[in-house]
Design a protein around this ligand. Structure first.
Ligand code: MIG
Length: 822
């Protein structure tokens, strides 16, 4: 909606301050008030607004976790000002408030300034603005999946959820995450990271040192200023604190980590069956099939087309038997249709958004005129959730929430199946419930960015309620800070182009550092024509997206992995088989995200914040701590330069070893995506399967890359239910001690936890291992190729630089020692 620019009046000074309870200080700013608080983990929240009412606590972005107040006490500073300090086991911060002009400075435990907020200003229409100092040399990341370079510095961004095709420079797009992660490298000091959330579900604007080189200016269109500073010093620390506030993902069901096959245009049950059959016949690992809007009856949500999908329950059962889960799309728009129960019921319960004058509101979406639920009210969310019951009951495994910016149009053209939106419609005069205070009606615009988030909340909570034995899976296009609690995000309508393949990597890294670990882009690109080569390259990296879904638009050619010829089909198979083999490692990363907020995809600077070269790289990805992925993103390229940070790195396909930091040029024939394992790592893997429900031939393989020490925990559970939360999981601690050319020791601890695992064979593969002199298990020297039923239950053999040890695993602790040849 075109808005008149707000007229800002600056805040001059603090006229009075008083200690607030629970570790804060209240400031009287004349026309405005502010409160500054320190949480027990060192996060600092600065709220300021005109009028008397501070922005609500908790806001919708925030988890249900209450603010963990510290006992910081305010004290006067000489000659003027006020300070607040706290130092505890989980964190520390000191805040100094300048009285004239009003400014807030935040210092971390070591006394370094990590934020300097100044130039607070407010407008009569409720808008608020604040500036942050940006020192030279700092990099600023975040704001979700924005286009352009991963480092946001030097550009301005709008955060207003919008349905618009992805373009290399398009802004804004579907989701809005007003969170920035700053990385400061200063001469002679260790690098440090910190973060800032500008909370609020009103649209906002970020000028990231674009108009002024040393200043980031954040403007919120409504709700005043609600900024929280999250101290580091490491990027992991920042995300741990940020997600302690905005919430974390819970473990997805294991099938959701498999490959999803989707297309706008799976028009009938027959079509879907055919896709499923082909995937199995061709051994293309696939766990889920998505049904786009085609399955519905005249695009009415929660319906099935009676002729094209006559027996959904039967279809879903049949697919389930073949190892596929089905995810159905649900748009928020409810067809305005007096003869249809869902709409009638919604009307009767007054769940839909209305115009300011109280009249019903509708906009055009696929089912023509549609009404939009007012998700800010808990009873509306509950009503929406209830609509899912027949779907869950029929066996639908997950829900895909599209069009939830929300999107719709004013005018359209229809010709057969073709619907051409002509003019986007904004919800200009629509009123919505304020999610932070549902009794209050506010303009939709002022809470717009939370719309899709709230829909996903309704959906996630409904799935958890309707089927408590299963973990919910929700996929969303729109989102807000905190969306990770409810849904995975995908990047929307991309085009099949090389530049958008590269862009997808940056967008997903952007989302990852913004607290959304479960994210993906349409493999192959949504619109446009995808060449076989592009598909092969897209699949190679797409199979390593945290969320891996092949999807495309109905007007284009079919884009299943077998549509591009035999060669590309086997490339796709290999890529997805690698994903299947990596599943234990990948699942471990999701468990980590649940426990600490750490992203699954990490930019190169993540574990190397001091390495300035790493900070500038956004065409490589760390999949967790130990795998460096260098996708090929250029047409025709058959080699690429890879930046390897300090340490030893081993290519996982040919075991070639490199020592970083250095740039290396590696071969990348079409069949290859260069991937390197960190020296000093143990990757839990398994043999491939066609879907995660299948029992792998080798359930656990520990791939060991010597060259340093490592500690990890292999986590296994039923992959399906939330029972892990009450202890139904198995945790196996693994430690590696290894030095170049020296003796290697791998300690696999005894299995802990309630989740039972049948006795099985575990294989350990030690890469880059010279012919061993001797191999010891639990201090017993093993004969070469002994029998599996030997007393220690272990055998070994050596082949091509890799030592393989197999043992019987009944959950007891084991240690492996390898003595290199003299
Ligand atoms: O305006 O449901 O981004 O993935 O296939 C198009 C049809 C509506 C947009 C989604 C896309 C989906 C499509 N939807």
């Amino acid at each position: 909606m075109p808005r008149r620019p707000s007229r800002f009046a600056p805040i001059a000074q603090v006229t009075r301050w008083t200690s607030a309870e629970r570790g804060g200080v209240d400031l009287d700013l004349g026309e405005a008030v502010a409160r500054v608080e320190i949480a027990r983990d060192g996060a600092v929240r600065v709220r300021a607004t005109t009028g008397r009412a501070l922005p609500a606590d908790p806001s919708e972005a925030l988890g249900r976790e209450p603010w963990r107040a510290s006992n910081a006490e305010a004290f006067a500073l000489e000659p003027a000002g006020v300070a607040l300090a706290f130092d505890g086991a989980d964190g520390a911060a000191r805040v100094e408030i300048d009285e004239r002009p009003f400014a807030v400075r935040v210092f971390d435990r070591s006394g370094r300034e990590i934020a300097h907020l100044l130039d607070f200003a407010f407008a009569q229409d409720g808008a608020g603005r604040v500036a942050l100092r940006a020192a030279p040399g700092e990099r600023w990341f975040g704001l979700g999946g924005k286009t352009g370079a991963l480092d946001r510095r030097g550009r301005s961004f709008v955060l207003r959820n919008r349905d618009h095709p992805v373009g290399d420079r398009v802004d804004p797009l579907y989701h809005s995450i007003p969170f920035l992660l700053r990385l400061a490298n200063s001469e002679g000091e260790a690098a440090r990271a910190d973060g800032m959330l500008l909370d609020g579900c009103a649209p906002s604007h970020f000028d990231v040192a674009a108009s002024e080189r040393l200043r980031v200016v954040a403007t919120a269109q409504a709700g005043g200023i609600d900024a929280t500073i999250f101290p580091g010093p490491s990027p992991d620390d920042v995300l741990r604190r940020y997600t302690a506030r905005t919430g974390r993902i819970t473990r997805p069901p294991l099938w959701a980590l498999g490959h999803h096959q989707s297309r706008w245009g799976y028009r009938s049950a027959r079509d879907v069956r055919r896709v499923a059959r082909e995937a199995r016949r061709r051994r293309i690992p696939t766990d889920a099939i998505h049904l786009d809007i085609d399955y519905m009856d005249a695009y009415r949500v929660f319906t099935w087309h009676p002729r094209r999908f006559p027996d959904p329950r039967g279809l879903l059962q049949e697919l389930r038997d073949a190892g596929f889960r089905v995810v159905t799309i649900i748009d928020p728009g409810v067809k305005v249709d007096e003869r249809w129960a869902v709409h009638r019921d919604g009307e009767a319960r007054d769940v839909f958004l209305r115009r300011r004058d109280g009249s019903p509101y509708s906009l055009k979406v696929w089912p023509r005129d549609s009404a939009l639920p007012d998700f800010g009210r808990p009873e509306v969310r509950a009503w929406w959730g209830t609509q899912h019951e027949p779907f869950v009951d029929a066996g639908v495994a997950g829900i895909w929430n599209d069009m939830n910016e929300p999107a719709g149009w004013k005018r359209e053209l229809r010709a057969g199946r073709l619907i051409l939106p002509l003019q986007a419609q904004d919800l200009g005069d629509v009123v919505a419930s304020d999610p932070a205070d549902p009794k209050r009606r506010v303009s939709h615009e002022s809470v717009r960015n939370a719309y899709g988030h709230l829909e996903c909340r309704a959906t996630h909570e409904a799935l958890a309620r309707l089927d408590p034995e299963r973990r919910p899976f929700v996929l969303s296009r729109s989102g807000h800070a905190g969306i990770q609690r409810y849904a995975a995000l995908w990047t929307g309508d991309t085009t099949s182009s090389w530049s958008q393949l590269a862009l997808s990597v940056r967008m997903l890294l952007g989302l990852s550092v913004s607290g959304v670990p479960f994210c993906g882009a349409d493999i192959g690109g949504f619109a446009g024509w995808c060449s076989p080569e592009l598909f092969a390259r897209w699949m190679q990296i797409g199979a390593l997206y945290p969320f891996a879904r092949t999807h495309s638009m109905w007007l284009k050619h079919r884009q299943e992995p077998w549509r591009f010829g035999k060669r590309v089909e086997s490339i796709a198979r290999a890529a997805l088989e690698l994903r299947m083999r990596l599943l234990p490692y990948l699942y471990g990363l999701f468990c980590e995200a649940e426990a600490s907020g750490a992203p699954v995809w990490r930019p190169m600077f993540w574990s190397n914040p001091d390495d300035e070269r790493a900070g500038a790289i956004d065409d490589q990805v760390m999949l967790g701590r130990d795998l460096l992925v260098a996708p090929v993103l250029e047409r025709g390229a058959r080699e690429r330069d890879v930046y390897l940070p300090a340490g030893a790195w081993t290519a996982i396909d040919d075991d070639a070893r490199y020592i970083g930091p250095r740039m290396v040029r590696v071969a990348a024939p079409l069949e290859r995506i260069p991937i390197f394992a960190r020296g000093g790592s143990v990757l839990p893997m398994r043999s491939t399967v066609r879907h995660v429900g299948e029992i792998p031939e080798e359930p656990l393989v520990l791939e060991v890359y010597p060259g340093g020490d490592a500690a990890t925990v292999v986590i296994e559970d039923d992959g399906e239910s939330p029972a892990y939360r009450v202890g139904m999981e198995a945790r196996t601690p693994v430690r590696l001690r290894s030095r170049a050319g020296g003796r290697l020791r791998l300690e696999v601890g005894g299995r802990e936890g309630e989740f039972g695992i049948d006795t099985r064979t575990v294989r350990v593969a030690v890469h880059g291992c010279p012919t061993p002199n001797s191999v010891w298990i639990d201090a017993v020297r093993l004969p070469v190729a002994g029998r599996p039923d030997d007393e220690v239950g272990a055998i070994w053999h050596w082949e091509g630089g890799v030592l393989h040890v197999r043992w019987t695993d009944a959950g007891a602790a084991r240690s492996l020692e390898v003595d290199p040849a003299p």
